[in-house]
Write a protein that binds this ligand. Structure first.
Ligand code: FMN
Length: 200
């Protein structure tokens, strides 16, 4: 089993979402000690945004790209190869201003490639990243689960499903900014959810 862990918090040591993602990975490896692990921290090596130059590079046929365009596409290729090689993907996701962190959006933009990770057929879109499990560890200062203010979970469900990633488990740590007791309760609950998710 190949595990790919994607951390997207701007924080390193202090990040709850990264700690919970790491805990998820630990429990998966407890069950399968031979599992390999690739960790990509999106703040260690920021991935470039999908700007006009990047679009130009992506829409230029490979044999006509300038060296700069080829290098830009190669950055996305590396992320695509990583997720293609993974059997299990673990995402650490803080809530920032009701959305996902910008580096995670850049990662999603990089791995969403027509003809490679999804395609359109006569029957509509088809995701090509099939047969993988995804775990998402969410960290939030407030409590937004199952409310309209939670744009993260619906968005992630839509885009992951679009790419073929249909087996997705969410672990919530909420109320982390609501005082020490609430923080402890949230972390304990998240640990319980992790046990349920890996046992499912
Ligand atoms: C810039 C910023 C924006 C935030 N926006 C929200 C928000 O919209 N809703 C929320 O519940 N918490 C928000 N928080 C709190 C974080 O979600 C919380 O601190 C979480 O633990 C961050 O994830 P991390 O521990 O993995 O770094 C925000 C924190 C920061 C630093």
């Amino acid at each position: 089993m190949n595990i790919l862990q994607i951390n997207s918090s701007a924080r390193r040591e202090a990040s709850h979402s990264t700690r919970l993602a790491t805990r998820l990975v630990q429990r998966l490896r407890d069950a399968d000690p031979k599992a390999t692990l690739t960790v990509r921290d999106l703040n260690n090596v920021p991935h470039p945004v999908l700007d006009e130059a990047a679009l130009g590079a992506l829409f230029t046929p490979a044999d006509q790209r300038t060296p700069e365009q080829a290098a830009r596409v190669a950055l996305d290729d590396a992320l695509i190869a990583e997720i293609q090689a993974a059997d299990v993907v673990v995402l650490g996701v803080p809530m920032y201003n009701f959305g996902v962190p910008a580096p995670l959006k850049n990662w999603i933009d990089a791995i969403s490639r027509a003809g490679v990770t999804f395609r359109y057929t006569e029957n509509g879109p088809e995701g090509l990243l099939k047969g993988k499990k995804v775990y998402v560890a969410l960290a939030r200062g407030g409590k937004y689960r199952n409310t309209p203010a939670d744009t993260q979970v619906p968005y992630l469900k839509i885009v992951l499903t679009f790419l073929g990633l249909t087996d997705v488990h969410f672990v919530y740590a909420e109320g982390l900014s609501m005082g020490p007791d609430a923080e402890q309760t949230a972390i304990a609950s998240a640990y319980e959810q992790i046990e349920e998710a890996v046992a499912a």
